[in-house]
Design a protein around this ligand. Structure first.
Ligand SMILES: [Zn+2]
Length: 181
């Protein structure tokens, strides 16, 4: 953790966090919604940024085994405000472990302010449950955007798909019979 990270203003706890994809497959826009101090914050970001963030979160918790149980308060039931004043497009993001070792602090930088201002636009703390739920949601969102296998309905991975409907060991091929006449 750098001095820069320690010296910044104290992070605030997320009361609720959610990721969303808007629009049609192939043209989807992604955003993260957070409720902080009773106010909605909306961070617009690229799918790749979202996936990178999810991966970083998973790796962090993988490396840090917590001996404390997940005694964490439930999320607020407050609805997100879709017209929130606090909206920005994500530039860079950094991630650090909170001193408790059981939550992550996300420093999200406004793309527009990245150059002028060394501080994140939002420095927010997610507890373990919120953070891991977030990365699971990102995986589900990413899968939902992939084309589905016509045989089994599962999302097809770009690296190939081993279809359980094909006994799981045959690569999927599409054979179309030409019917003459
Ligand atoms: Zn399949």
């Amino acid at each position: 953790m750098s001095d820069d990270f320690i010296n910044r203003p104290s992070p605030v706890d997320a009361q609720r966090v959610q990721v969303e994809a808007l629009g049609e497959p192939g043209q989807r826009r992604f955003r993260m919604l957070l409720i902080v101090n009773g106010e909605t914050h909306i961070i617009w970001l690229e799918k790749q940024q979202l996936q990178a963030l999810a991966l970083m979160i998973e790796q962090m918790f993988e490396d840090a085994v917590s001996d404390s149980p997940m005694l964490q308060s439930d999320d607020t039931f407050q609805e997100f405000d879709n017209d929130a004043d606090h909206q920005f497009r994500l530039g860079k993001v950094d991630l650090g472990f909170d001193e408790t070792g059981d939550s992550v602090v996300i420093g999200a930088y406004d793309l527009q302010q990245d150059e002028q201002n060394g501080q994140p636009a939002l420095s927010v703390r997610l507890n373990r449950r919120q953070a891991l739920a977030l990365s699971a949601d990102v995986a589900a969102l990413a899968a939902a955007g992939r084309p589905r296998c016509p045989m089994c309905g599962a999302p097809k991975d770009p690296s190939g798909h081993v279809c359980p409907e094909q006994n799981g060991h045959l690569p999927l091929t599409y054979e179309e019979e030409e019917i003459e006449g």
